[in-house]
Write a protein that binds this ligand. Structure first.
Ligand SMILES: *Cc1c(COP(=O)(O)O)cnc(C)c1O
Length: 408
């Protein structure tokens, strides 16, 4: 964007669900693996062994975050590849058992678009609806199960609206019926406890760059005993589950990010929840005709998503950017297109309201002062945009109280 010309009073990054900065501690453990310990982790000599130690130590740290065993961790190029591996491998290996997959309408595109392609290849996919909070019901999962169901894929924390799905309950159902359960936990990792045995999941995707690690690295948890059909074929890397020379520095950084996240999880989660709730209630109190999207309490600690009626989300973003605040509208991947978010539409949010939605996702560096700065800057931006709006907006948005002229 072109706002570098002016220098806003503050810079507040509120797009941590899109990506996060690499932590200093993470960067410092990565650095030796570029030019010094640069070996190929498959080589037998000292250079190779050094890289191998880096990779395997990192694998233990990722496993520690998930309460898994190191052998159950498969490194991938990120969350997208982990989702692809989970779905495509299961589909291929269990084809003789059945061709039916259950997922939801609010999954990340890495799951949704993969399911759509699997449909073209002859699989049948049930896309479960969600309620007004973006929540899928356990009953709907049970009803959708058929004799030929081979996989249930339900995300843990929703990336746009923050709703946390009842994965644990679905895990009990899946286990009882003997169906594999995958969860995309990219947004939840490092934010809420994610022990795979408590959740009862068989496959779980996580991504490094959403949790203060480097980009281009992630992992799929694969419960012991589950076979994998590699989607990238070649050497015998990752126990034959994902070929290709390991991204050693990336893996090392990811491991450190997981270790730090686990160590700080309880405290950071509490801190983010307080900031989140301050921002949500501040917006709802100060700006009339706003609604919170997503579940009020079963919600990721760092997610704020609100619809501000009678304005365009994109216009708010540009104005916020000018004031040094980085937020997003819809999901990062679909912004730019004028289609409103598939998640908000699935929740029954009307088109015109969905268009006025913004997502602010908090992170480690955010403070109370940052939140108060947003609460100072956002209401006048909205008032100004509403005055110029072609929609029937309330006359003077400063005289709060809202409620009248309820255009849907
Ligand atoms: C970011 C994200 C992904 C994709 O992860 P990448 O590492 O960027 O490929 C998948 N699922 C969810 C929920 C995400 O937020």
């Amino acid at each position: 964007m072109t706002s570098e010309r002016n220098s806003p009073a503050r810079k507040v990054y509120l797009d941590h669900s899109a990506t996060t900065p690499v932590r200093a501690e993470v960067l410092s453990v990565m650095l030796p693996f570029f030019a010094q310990a640069f070996g190929n982790a498959s080589s037998v000599h000292r250079w190779g062994r050094e890289a191998r130690v880096g990779v395997e130590t990192a694998r233990e740290k990722v496993a520690y975050l998930l309460g898994a065993e190191p052998s159950e961790i498969v490194f991938t190029s990120g969350g997208t590849e982990a989702d692809n591996l989970a779905l495509r491998s299961t589909a291929r290996l269990l084809r003789s058992k059945g061709n039916h997959i259950i997922t939801t309408t609010v999954e990340h595109h890495a799951v949704l678009h993969t399911c759509q392609i699997l449909e073209k290849e002859g699989y049948e996919v049930t896309y479960l609806p969600v309620d007004e909070y973006g929540m899928v019901s356990v009953e709907s999962v049970i009803e959708a199960i058929r004799p030929e169901t081979i996989l249930i894929s339900v995300m843990h924390g929703q990336n746009e609206v923050g709703t946390i799905q009842p994965v644990e309950e679905i895990g009990r159902v899946a286990k009882e019926k003997g169906i594999l359960l995958h969860t995309d936990a990219v947004q939840s990792a490092g934010k809420v406890p994610l022990k795979v045995r408590d959740l009862g999941v068989d496959l779980m995707s996580i991504s490094s760059h959403k949790m203060y690690g480097p980009k281009g690295i992630g992992a799929l948890y694969v419960r012991k005993g589950i076979k994998m059909a590699p989607q990238i074929t070649g050497g015998a890397h990752e126990r034959g589950r994902r070929a290709g020379t390991e991204n050693v520095a990336g893996i090392v950084g990811f491991g450190e990010a997981c270790y730090l996240a686990e160590r700080e999880l309880a405290e950071e989660s509490r801190r983010l929840t307080a900031l989140r709730d301050r921002l949500i209630s501040g917006i709802l109190e100060r700006i009339p005709d706003t609604v919170l999207n997503g579940h009020p309490s079963k919600r990721l600690p760092h997610n704020v998503n609100v619809s501000i009626k009678y304005v365009e989300g994109e216009s708010i973003l540009l104005n916020l950017d000018r004031m040094g605040i980085g937020a997003s509208s819809g999901s990062a991947c679909t912004s730019g297109s004028l289609e409103p978010s598939h998640v908000l539409l699935a929740m029954g949010v009307p088109h015109e309201v969905a268009h006025g939605s913004i997502r602010m996702t908090l992170g480690r560096m955010n403070t109370v002062e940052d939140i108060d700065y947003v609460l100072e800057v956002l209401p006048p931006i909205v008032s100004r945009l509403r005055e110029m709006s072609p929609f029937s907006a309330p006359a003077a948005s400063e005289t709060s109280g809202g409620g009248r002229n309820n255009v849907q």
